[in-house]
Design a protein around this ligand. Structure first.
Ligand code: ZN
Length: 147
């Protein structure tokens, strides 16, 4: 897991135009926006629009849209953290990587193990209790007979 503050810093540094151009998308300025043939679907006219003001992109053809991170995810077919790391590298941003998440994962595993153990223990004690109850009843009966 990457800290939210680090993700924000990466996003702040990202320039969607640069990021898109890294993937050989031939962007052409049209007023406030840049257009290109969409990298996500086959087309001959550019309906892929990049908005530098909001650092986002939108395709009027296939409706694909998002920011620099989602663009990298789509292009690379990678995970969210991988995309953030890639962009952090591009912009020389140090991000703190997943020490707490490794711990969290460990804790999660331990919790799961505990849960399973508890479940087994609960069943064990339940059986023991049932047997004990039988034993008690038996003993009680014997005791009654003895009277
Ligand atoms: Zn498209």
């Amino acid at each position: 897991m990457i800290k939210q503050s680090d993700i924000d810093r990466v996003l702040d540094a990202c320039n969607i135009v640069d990021v898109v151009k890294d993937y050989n998308v031939n962007l052409k300025q049209k007023g406030r926006y840049l257009f290109a043939c969409c990298p996500f679907h086959e087309e001959k006219t550019g309906s892929f629009c990049v908005a530098p003001e909001t650092d986002t992109y939108h395709c009027f053809g296939c409706r694909e849209h998002g920011n620099s991170i989602s663009f990298v995810i789509k292009q690379e077919g990678c995970s969210f953290p991988e995309a953030v790391k890639k962009l952090a590298e591009k912009y020389n941003i140090d991000i703190e990587e997943s020490e707490p998440s490794a711990k969290e994962q460990m804790e999660r595993k331990q919790k799961e193990a505990m849960y399973i153990a508890n479940d087994i223990l609960a069943k064990y004690y339940h059986e023991l209790l049932l047997k004990n109850a039988e034993a008690c009843k038996y003993a009680y009966g014997r005791w009654n007979e003895d009277l």
